[in-house]
Design a binder for this molecule. Structure first.
Ligand SMILES: NC(=O)c1ccc[n+]([C@@H]2O[C@H](COP(=O)([O-])OP(=O)(O)OC[C@H]3O[C@@H](n4cnc5c(N)ncnc54)[C@H](OP(=O)(O)O)[C@@H]3O)[C@@H](O)[C@H]2O)c1
Length: 299
């Protein structure tokens, strides 16, 4: 019997990468859900238009599909949006996770995977392990922390994995938000001067590595908390600099600045990045090198 796998946020960066990797997988039937029209637009899955702020729609979706596995990737993922619209951020990131996991319990879902973030950590330490203390510096991180906590309370009723990731980059169709790699190339190739942060520490994540790790996680039914990111430590400036070198773009257009230069609302943690040994050992999580991944994304 094929496993029924439901992906939320299927129009997003991770969602589309999951669809790309799973649409021809003979061992699963894929159900995708996003807000509004399907933007991946390929064969190999069934699409449902569901707004996750509507609890009735969530319950109806799970009762109709009756999935074996849910990969909950949808989120209000921009820090600024969460600061500006806190009620909506709670609805999408926390309450929808609560409702979806309740519906999963009621419909005997076998495995629930929730995608969380490095922004649950304060950023004082860097290179976080799964069990490190969480203390989000912004509202986005708080909504995800609350979602993690309510899931921890349901682990006796539902097999749950919390997968945290960090600074994801890649390219998919009709993206609703950009990422550092695409932005850097666009600006430099248009001859624009850019300021790029050089005091934030991250382990940037190639979206296809993340998607493959999520797939390995559900295929091995690995429950618990896992950190999935790249294995190399970079600042955003270093990422763009490597790209500029590779594509012979003008590095003189780049200025390295401290994060404090930007008057962003929604404080970013200074040092994150992950130790990823648990996922490597648990389900053979593998990472592409930054250079290799960059060539795949920008080819
Ligand atoms: N990208 C990163 O650097 C990063 C880092 C750490 C953690 N994460 C987490 O990883 C997950 C995947 O991230 P991503 O980069 O793929 O994010 P993304 O591209 O922003 O995708 C999130 C998707 O959720 C959808 N969504 C938002 N509100 C919704 C609602 N009310 N109903 C239904 N769908 C809704 C969005 O729809 P629209 O396309 O219509 O906006 C979007 O397609 C998220 O949970 C995010 O918090 C991401």
């Amino acid at each position: 019997m094929k496993n029924k796998v439901l992906i939320t946020g299927s129009n997003g960066l991770l969602g589309q990468s999951l669809l790309k990797l799973l649409k021809n997988d003979e061992s699963v039937n894929i159900y995708a859900t996003g807000r509004g029209e399907d933007r991946f637009l390929e064969n190999g899955y069934t699409y449902h238009d569901v707004d996750l702020t509507n609890g009735d729609e969530i319950h109806q979706l799970i009762a109709d599909v009756k999935p074996d596995v849910i990969i909950h990737s949808a989120a209000m993922s921009r820090v600024e949006d969460c600061e500006d619209y806190p009620d909506l951020a709670v609805k999408v990131n926390t309450e929808a996770t609560d409702i979806l996991s309740d519906a999963a319990i009621q419909n005997n879902v076998q495995h629930f995977l929730f995608i969380s973030t490095d922004f649950v950590f304060s950023g004082d330490q860097g290179m976080y392990k799964e069990e490190d203390e969480r203390n989000p510096p912004n509202f986005y991180g708080q909504t995800k922390l609350r979602a993690e906590n309510l899931l921890f309370d349901k682990t006796d009723q539902l097999k749950i994995s919390i997968i945290r990731t960090c600074l994801v980059y890649g390219q998919v169709k009709d993206m609703s938000r950009s990422n550092i790699m695409l932005w850097g190339r666009k600006m430099l190739s248009e001859g624009m001067e850019i300021k790029v942060v050089n005091d934030q520490i991250r382990t940037p994540t190639f979206v296809d590595d993340l998607a493959q790790g999520v797939i390995q996680c559900f295929k091995t039914r690995s429950e618990g908390v896992y950190h999935l990111s790249g294995a190399e430590v970079f600042t955003p400036y270093k990422m763009v600099e490597i790209m500029a070198d590779e594509y012979k773009l003008d590095k003189k257009l780049m200025t390295a600045v401290n994060a404090s230069t930007f008057k962003e609302h929604g404080k970013r943690p200074l040092k994150t990045g992950f130790i990823i040994d648990k996922a490597k050992q648990g389900f053979n999580y593998q990472t592409t090198t930054f250079i290799e991944a960059m060539k795949k994304v920008l080819s």
